[in-house]
Design a protein. Structure first.
Lengths: 215, 215
């Protein structure tokens, strides 16, 4: 595939295209027009054509997009054509919820280890993966080719643990702690700040009420 | 406060300002300059001034921002000055993790009920809130002034449940199911698509590798 610079806005939309194309594939749909995809995804056909034209030549006039090809190519861009070993640090409710979410594996994210500081959790397994103590963390990362660490620990601990990770070869941190981590640029951080998402919902609800209140 | 049209981009950044201002407040900081805030938040001072100027007259030359006032005003915009009753639908790992997250209450989000279809969970309590069966859902929403429903159920069920919610008076849905919900415009949906967040991390890690590989 031709290399092009793709805008951040398009990149942020790619996982959604990937999901819809995956669902079409699962339903044995071989090709789809931008108009049909537009109806399913509730975005304009012109937006879809603009976004997907970034990858050059996927769509053919009168034929539409080849679902499998497009799914595969977008998957490659997102790095889903190879496996990524990950660990979860923090075996509380959220950590266990993520450990139990088997669907990540379908996208190549392989859970290799779970870590916690609570000795009572040592050896407890989730989907066959035992919970280990933090003392083993560095060695485990080095020996198991771990790329991604998921942080599901309180924010007071997250900064400390992130620093501990900074020279381990970890490439990405999926951060659920409600704090910003500032790490060397070779470690990518993706934040999931749930409280902030809830605030945005609250804002939108309030704005709708405001615009529709009886005068 | 003067009413102005604030851009979506600024709105999306407000929860982060709210968080930093809250931390300053907790540390008894009374005022802060855009430069100091800039260093803490790792965004430019000019960005901060532009964003906060939307609210008119918070900052004073040579004095800086009044932390408490700004925190309160941003809180009002986000709807955090009033309580919002919410329920969680789906008492699996993720639902239980969210139910256990007491910090939401500090922002006025009050957990009133938890619902599930599994009869073995009926009556089990999480932070004093009992798990109820779905048959009680509609009546419970009506009687308890519920504004927000959190969906932590599989995607195949989410569409059905969202439809069930559409005429209940629910104003917002915080959707963790990995599917898009299409609801009447009076119900605001905020999606948390975790798998897509993980894919963006994977993309960024891959891009970094690509840009820094040895030739």
């Amino acid at each position: 595939m031709e290399e092009r610079e793709i805008s951040q806005a398009v990149i942020r939309r790619l996982p959604r295209y990937y999901r819809y194309l995956g669902e079409l594939l699962a339903n044995d749909v071989e090709r789809i027009s931008s108009n049909d995809l537009s109806k399913r995804m509730h975005v304009t056909a012109s937006q879809i054509r603009q976004d997907l034209n970034n990858f050059g030549g996927f769509g053919q006039q009168g034929y539409g997009y080849n679902v499998k090809y497009l799914h595969t190519e977008i998957g490659k861009i997102l790095g889903l054509d190879v496996n990524h070993n990950f660990i979860i640090i923090g075996a509380g409710n959220l950590g266990q919820a993520l450990a139990n979410y088997a669907a990540f594996e379908n996208s190549g994210f392989i859970l290799k280890g779970i870590f916690d500081v609570n000795p009572r959790l040592e050896g407890v397994t989730i989907r066959g993966v035992p919970i280990r103590m933090m003392e083993e963390l560095k060695e485990f990362i080095a020996e198991n080719n771990i790329e991604i660490a998921v942080l599901t620990i309180p924010k007071t601990k997250a900064i400390e643990v992130a620093e501990m990770l900074s020279d381990t070869g970890i490439k990405g941190i999926w951060n659920f702690a409600h704090t910003d981590l500032h790490l060397p640029e070779n470690i990518i951080v993706e934040n999931v700040h749930l409280a902030e998402s809830l605030m945005r919902l609250s804002y939108e609800v309030g704005r709708y009420d405001e615009e529709h209140k009886d005068i």
